[in-house]
Design a protein around this ligand. Structure first.
Ligand SMILES: [Zn+2]
Length: 180
């Protein structure tokens, strides 16, 4: 766990990769309690912009990888009753940094350093929920007028089972008998 008394501003999430890249397979843990000023998407936000970063920086063929977890808490309204919700946020990170990054796929190594801030920011924002519920049984503010679930009430016993071709053949025999 990161030491919660020491907050690392987002601007200081830069890692020098010289040591790590000296030998492929070298692993360096990066653990920090990071704070972002703007982890907000619409009505949803990371509480206090606070993300606990628990990553391992490792030299790989392409350059450097950052793998591990980001943890925090998010807040936002329930999509049915609009009550505020606060829940844990956990994101798994698996990202690659290289000198010649591919737009939208990998991140840059610049001056032998990588900046984890944009990676963490993007991963955390993408992990914010789109349509959360305060609870699975939330019925919304006016359940009478706006039922959350329209019950599909299918009475299976009223349905004819699909005809079995073998019995269909027998039915035909019965018709021939003139029963119906
Ligand atoms: Zn609700």
């Amino acid at each position: 766990m990161a030491d919660s008394s020491r907050i690392t501003p987002a601007s200081q999430l830069i890692v020098d990769t010289v040591e790590v890249r000296r030998h492929t397979g070298t692993r360096r843990p990066f653990v920090a309690a990071a704070q972002f000023p703007d982890l907000v998407a619409g009505e949803f936000a990371v509480v206090d912009g606070r993300i606990d970063v628990d990553l391992v920086i490792e030299a790989v063929t392409e350059g450097v990888s950052a793998t591990g977890y980001l943890r925090g808490r998010w807040t936002g309204p329930c999509r049915r009753c609009l009550d505020p919700i606060e829940r844990p946020l956990e994101v798994e990170v698996q990202e690659i940094f290289e000198r010649q990054p591919t737009e939208g796929e990998t991140w840059p190594i610049e001056d032998e350093r990588i900046d984890l801030a944009p990676v963490i920011r993007e991963s955390a924002l993408l992990a914010l929920p789109l349509v959360p519920l305060c609870g699975d049984d939330c019925v919304g503010p006016e359940p009478e007028r706006f039922p959350a679930n329209v019950e599909v009430d299918v009475d299976l016993s009223a349905e004819e089972p699909p005809p079995d071709p073998r019995w269909a053949a027998l039915d035909e025999l019965r018709f021939d008998d003139g029963d119906q």
